[in-house]
Design a protein around this ligand. Structure first.
Ligand code: NZQ
Ligand code: ZN
Length: 395
């Protein structure tokens, strides 16, 4: 069966070495007159990128204020600081310079400025966003895909609740991508980014809707490209051609292109968010630590899909007489790939120790919102299934 779909990807992409020369014009074209320049913990300052952006804004005659210090797994407290600043300065446009964390912080500020209540209401399912300030992005890390996604993931400091919401209102107006700006990424961030990109595709590829062969072909090509590129980047981190493949893949993986005719699962993502909120781990690494266990937990009920993945993505030879063996070899090949790029394949490898029963209970409780919701689509995970996957990944 092919699922009906409504594909919407309104973000302008300006890609290449010269792309930064367009920033000022893009902001003005999108109505920015009083801009919030939003960024992370220092990489963009150190690389000189922020100075290029400031220069672009000045040349375009745009006034701006600044808010840096966004941390990975961005916090609600910073969002609230941003909302206050934007209101004080009458900001009409947010320019995010960074990766998923900065972009999501910008999106949350964008939602909060026109909203009278507590902005966390949106993540608490008490309200639905009705407006968002326009956002532009200068991307520095291919990973989360937030530059073209409808998603915004924020952690509430109090209680460390990490949650995502989706709305087309936060889709970015433009993203400027210069692959050269990603040369400074440490190998770990490059690898975690590649893992996240692949997972955004796999979370849509592993679907009960299996008949959209064009989407499968796009997904499989994307997965093979990112896998090969991530390995090649270990030896050649400043190869423009390699950085460019992975940067574009990051946006394509999460702008819903690979969901046309299929369905989001995102069960592994939902389970991972509890790992990053409890232990502060890097999102992509958390996904690598969980996926093999999720895969083994669901595989027998979706065997043909796992065989197709093993053969078409991981290059496993099809043992037609033993599909379970072929599928399992695909998962093992993925684990070998994770290890080659420095990613964990289970929770002890991720955090350095086994989870206690109490920690598993906390994660299951938060992920299921006290047992009131399930996660996943191809395979719906209730609290027992969540516990089973965490337990498998703990061994
Ligand atoms: O803070 P700085 O100093 O900039 O350092 C960052 C950060 O430590 C560093 N970095 C970024 N660009 C760099 C660089 N270091 C050197 N050179 C550069 N060019 O990389 C670190 C990670 O940055 P971050 O923005 O956290 O990475 P990522 O893009 O992986 O974003 C992760 C966040 O996005 C969420 C994740 O849960 C996590 O909170 N996600 C958002 C999604 C969305 N909105 O669509 C979907 C994803 O599934 C994900 O959940
Ligand atoms: Zn992700």
């Amino acid at each position: 069966m092919i699922k009906d779909f409504n594909y919407y990807a309104p973000t302008r992409v300006v890609f290449g070495r010269e792309s930064e020369n367009e920033i000022g014009r893009l902001v003005v074209d999108n109505g920015g007159r009083r801009v919030l320049l939003h960024y992370g913990g220092g990489s963009a300052e150190r690389s000189g990128l922020l100075d290029v952006v400031r220069q672009q804004l000045r040349q375009a005659g745009v006034s701006f204020c600044e808010l840096g210090g966004v941390v990975p797994n961005p916090l609600l407290s910073k969002v609230q600081e941003g909302i206050d600043l934007c209101r004080r300065e009458a900001v009409d446009f947010i320019l995010a310079v960074g990766g998923g964390s900065v972009i999501d912080s910008a999106k949350a500020i964008g939602y909060g400025v026109p909203y009278d209540g507590d902005v966390w209401d949106f993540w608490d399912s008490k309200a639905v966003p009705q407006a968002c300030l326009p956002i532009g992005v200068v991307l520095t890390i291919p990973a989360a895909g937030s530059e073209m996604s409808s998603s915004c993931v924020i952690t509430k400091d109090e209680g460390m609740f990490k949650r995502g919401i989706n709305s087309d209102l936060c889709r970015c107006r433009f993203v400027v991508m210069n692959p050269e700006r990603t040369y400074t990424l440490p190998p770990f961030q490059t690898a975690a980014g590649a893992t996240d990109i692949m997972m955004h595709t796999m979370e849509r590829y592993f679907s009960k809707y299996e008949d959209m062969t064009i989407t499968d072909a796009i997904s499989e090509a994307l997965l093979r490209t990112v896998k090969d590129t991530a390995l090649a980047l270990l030896q050649a981190p400043t190869d423009y051609r390699l950085r460019a493949q992975i940067m574009w893949a990051g946006s394509l993986a999460h702008n819903d292109l690979t969901e046309c005719g299929t369905e989001k699962d995102f069960g592994t993502h939902r389970l991972e968010h509890e790992l990053s909120s409890l232990f502060g781990v890097t999102h992509g690494a958390g996904l690598a630590a969980l996926w093999p266990s999720w895969a083994r937990y669901v595989m027998s009920r979706h065997l043909s899909r796992f065989v197709q993945f093993a053969v078409n993505v991981m290059g496993v030879t099809n043992d037609f007489a033993h599909p379970e063996e072929t599928a399992e070899r695909g998962i093992r090949a993925m684990e070998e790939f994770y290890h080659k790029i420095g990613m964990p394949t289970n929770i002890p490898e991720l955090i350095g120790h086994k989870l206690t029963d109490e920690e598993i209970n906390i994660m299951v409780d938060k992920c299921s919102r006290g047992g009131t919701i399930t996660v996943g689509a191809m395979e719906v995970l209730d609290t027992a299934a969540m516990r089973a996957v965490y337990t498998l990944a703990n061994n």
